[in-house]
Design a protein around this ligand. Structure first.
Ligand code: AMP
Ligand code: GLY
Length: 421
C-alpha cells in the first residue's frame, strides 16, 4: 500500500515512524515532512495547506491512503477534495472538522445535546463583551478565540480586567485574525485535565489510552499556553470517571455529530477536565494531539495502518482493539527561546548523535531544518524526546537523561512532565 502523510511536525514524524513499520506499507511519502521524517519516509515538497497540490500528487502517484496530521487542512476541507477525486483520505471532512475549527460551534453542539461542559457566552462585538464582563460577579474566567490558533488562543484569566485585555486582543487588535473575530467566554473549571483520543468511523468507537498534556510553558503550569510542552501516558483514571467520560462525552459526541449530518471519521480528541461533578469538555480537536501522538505511538503495539484504513473506509468494526505496551511513556518537548511568542530560528542543534534511540526511546523532530550539513531550529517547538519506563519515574529519567545530551542556544523545556502523575 502506498501511503502519504500530510504535515511537518512531531506528530507526523511519529506517524511516519509507526506506519513505516507496517508490513502492508510498500511506499511512504510525507508532505512536506521535516529532517526527522526524512529518515523514515520520502519527503515531498508540497505544503500541508496546498490542498490541490496534494490531491494532484495523490492521483498521479496512485496513493492508496492519505493521512492528514494537522487541523488546518482538515478544517479547510481536504478530505472532501480527495473524495471528489475518489482517493481515500483519513480524517474528518470539512463539516465534521468544524468541531475543532469553531469553538463556538463545539460549545453549542454540547449545549444542544446535553454533553457536559462549562457555561459559556459568545461575542463578536467588543462593547457587548466588555459590558458582559462589567456586569458579572468578578472572578476567574476563560477567554478563547473561537477559531484555530495553534493552542495559543486561550487565556485563563484571574478576573474581569484580565479577561477584558484578552478579549480586546481578539476583537479589537485582531491578534488571531479571523480566528479571533468571535470570542467564547467560559466558566473557569477546576479539576484534573485529561486528553482522550478516540478512533471512530462514526459507528465504531475505539478509545486510545488516556494521556496528560502540559499546556503552560513553564513548570508548575505557569506562563502562557502553548501547543503542548510534554505528555505522560497512560494516566490513572478512576473506573467510574472513565465510564462517565465514555457514556456522557465520547459516545454522545459521535452520535450528536451523526444526528447533525456531520458523520465523523478520524481521530476525535476530547480535552477534558475531570471535576468533582464529573468530566467536562474543555475542547475538541479533529485530529491526533501533538505531542500526545509521540508517546501514544511509542506504546502502540498493534499495526496502525489497518486501523487507519478501516476507519477511512467506514469499516472500523472489522478491527481488533489495539494492543498497548503496559509501560509508561513520557514525552518532553525542547523549545526555542521566546516560544510561545516569536522565536529565533536557524540555531544549530547539537548532540542528537549522542542519544541512543530504539524501541524504548525516540527523538521526534518538530521544528527542525537542514542547512548545509547542519541541523538547525525552524520553529517554536523543536524536537521531543519520548521514552518508555516501568513507571513514571523510570520513563522520566530516561527521557530527561537523553534530553540533556541535546543542546541549542536558547533551548528550554519543562522539568516537571509527568511529575503529578
Ligand atoms: P483548550 O485549548 O481549549 O483546551 O484550552 C487550553 C488550556 O486552557 C486547557 O488545557 C486548560 O488548561 C485551560 N482551560 C481551557 N478551558 C478551560 C476552562 N473552561 N476552565 C479552566 N481551564 C480551562
Ligand atoms: N497537545 C494539544 C494539541 O495537540 O492540541
Amino acid at each position: 500500500m502506498k501511503v502519504l502523510v500530510v504535515g511537518s511536525g512531531g506528530r507526523e514524524h511519529a506517524l511516519c515512524w509507526k506506519i513505516r513499520q507496517s508490513p502492508s506499507c510498500t511506499r511512504l511519502y510525507c508532505a512536506p515532512g521535516n529532517p526527522g521524517v526524512a529518515t523514515v519516509a520520502d519527503r515531498v515538497d508540497i505544503a500541508a495547506d496546498d490542498i490541490q497540490g496534494l490531491v494532484r500528487f495523490a492521483v498521479a502517484e496512485k496513493i492508496d491512503l492519505t493521512v492528514i496530521g494537522p487541523e488546518a487542512p482538515l478544517c479547510a476541507g481536504i478530505v472532501d477534495e480527495f473524495e471528489k477525486q475518489k482517493r481515500l483520505c483519513f480524517g474528518p471532512n470539512k463539516l465534521a472538522a468544524e468541531i475543532e475549527g469553531s469553538k463556538a460551534f463545539a460549545r453549542e453542539l454540547c449545549r444542544r445535546h446535553r454533553i457536559p461542559g462549562p457555561d459559556f457566552w459568545t461575542f463578536e462585538d467588543h462593547l457587548l463583551a466588555r459590558s458582559f464582563l462589567d456586569n458579572r460577579e468578578d472572578g476567574p474566567i476563560v477567554v478563547k478565540a473561537s477559531g484555530l490558533a495553534a493552542g495559543k488562543g486561550v487565556a485563563v484569566c484571574k478576573n474581569s480586567e484580565e479577561a477584558k485585555v484578552a478579549a480586546a486582543e481578539c476583537l479589537e487588535k485582531g491578534r488571531f485574525g479571523k480566528s479571533g473575530a468571535t470570542v467564547v467566554f467560559e466558566e473557569f473549571l477546576e479539576g484534573t485535565e485529561l486528553s482522550l483520543i478516540t478512533l471512530t468511523d462514526g459507528h465504531t468507537i475505539v478509545p486510545l489510552e488516556p494521556a496528560r498534556d502540559h499546556k503552560a510553558v513553564r513548570d508548575g503550569d505557569q506562563g502562557p499556553n502553548t501547543g503542548g510542552m510534554g505528555v505522560v501516558t497512560p494516566v490513572p483514571v478512576m473506573p467510574r470517571m472513565a465510564q462517565q467520560v465514555e457514556s456522557q462525552i465520547v459516545f454522545p459526541t459521535v452520535h450528536a455529530m451523526n444526528r447533525e449530518g456531520r458523520r465523523y471519521r478520524g481521530f476525535l480528541y476530547s480535552g477534558l477536565m475531570l471535576t468533582t461533578q464529573g468530566p467536562r469538555v474543555l475542547e475538541y480537536n479533529c485530529r491526533l494531539g501533538d505531542p500526545e501522538t509521540q508517546p501514544l505511538l511509542l506504546r502502540l503495539r498493534s499495526d496502525l495502518l489497518p486501523l487507519l484504513l478501516a476507519t477511512a473506509e467506514g469499516k472500523l468494526e472489522t478491527q481488533n482493539a489495539p494492543e498497548w505496551d503496559p509501560r509508561v511513556a513520557v514525552c518532553v518537548i525542547a523549545c526555542s527561546a521566546g516560544y510561545p511568542g516569536d522565536c529565533k530560528t536557524g540555531v544549530p542543534i547539537f548532540g542528537l548523535d549522542r542519544v541512543a534511540t530504539g524501541d524504548d526511546l525516540q527523538v521526534f523532530h518538530s521544528g527542525t531544518a537542514q542547512r548545509g550539513g547542519d541541523l538547525v531550529t525552524a520553529g517554536g517547538r523543536v524536537l521531543a524526546v519520548t521514552a518508555l519506563g516501568a513507571d513514571v519515574a523510570a520513563a522520566r529519567k530516561r527521557a530527561y537523561d537523553a534530553l540533556r545530551s541535546v543542546e541549542f542556544a536558547g533551548m528550554h523545556y519543562r522539568n516537571d512532565i509527568g511529575l503529578r502523575a
